[in-house]
Design a protein around this ligand. Structure first.
Ligand code: PEP
Length: 245
């Protein structure tokens, strides 16, 4: 199966910079053995979408509302994202959980709203350093999955993706360093098994957290790592295409 490689640009670029980087990526990236997804911020989505349209790269969003329509000032509906050509949507990212106080119930509603509108949710789960140091990583991840996927039904295994993002390994966090690929692989296997128990489907599980040009290959060589969610390195003109290669 093709590896899924996702660029999470967060809120790091202006619209102009997003357009420029997207244009360059369409020239530099040959996505033959992988599916590459670019996730710009909301404001850049239509513009980046029109650049990616005639390329091999797909469009992703960094979040979506928990409801399809209604009086939710400032929110962005999965329905409209779908109309803009968005295929994947990152949900439950640790930055949203931490800075925007998103809880499991909200994330659960977002997963359902995304599926209703035929977007593929990329559900982020990950332990913080405290859980890791207390030896509670697996229990914590199991709980995050159970809450976020409560009542969720999917038709096929490709309808949903889980992203394992140990919070302490995300490059913008203090003293971040990537987890060892073998250790990530063991946890990814655990996540695959747990997700199977809940959804009765073997969904893809990708890894995120300080993945870069130097370590991408060793992560992708692991049997239970179906792809990468890339933050910092996806903003680099030469590094991200090299990771895909
Ligand atoms: C992320 O925040 O989703 C992420 C993977 O970031 P980075 O690659 O910069 O650690």
């Amino acid at each position: 199966m093709k590896k899924l490689i996702m660029a999470n640009w967060k809120m790091q670029l202006t619209i102009k910079e997003s357009l420029e980087l997207a244009k360059q990526f369409t020239k530099k990236i040959k996505a033959n053995n992988s599916e590459v997804v670019i996730c710009p911020d909301y404001s850049a989505l239509p513009f980046v979408g029109s650049i990616l349209k005639s390329s091999q790269l797909a469009l992703g969003a960094q979040d979506a509302a928990a409801f399809t329509k209604g009086a939710y000032t400032g929110e962005v509906s999965a329905l409209n994202l779908k109309t803009l050509g968005v295929k994947y949507v990152i949900l439950g990212h640790s930055e949203r959980r931490e800075h925007l106080h998103e809880n499991s119930a909200i994330i659960n509603d977002k997963v359902k709203a995304a599926l209703e509108n035929k977007l593929i949710p990329v559900l982020c789960v990950g332990e913080k350093l405290a859980e890791r140091e207390a030896g509670q990583t697996k229990e914590y991840l199991k709980m995050e999955l159970q809450h976020a996927l409560k009542g969720v039904k999917i038709k096929t295994a490709s309808d949903l993706v889980v992203a394992y993002e140990p919070v302490w390994a995300i490059s913008t966090n203090k003293n971040a360093k990537p987890i060892k690929p073998e250790e990530a692989n063991e946890i990814q296997k655990f996540l695959k098994d747990q997700t199977f128990k809940i959804l009765k489907k073997q969904v893809r599980v990708i890894y995120g957290g300080s993945a870069d040009m130097n370590n991408a290959e060793s992560f992708l060589a692991q049997g239970s790592i179906d792809g990468l969610l890339v933050g910092g390195a996806s903003l680099k003109l030469n590094d991200f295409p090299k990771m895909i290669k």
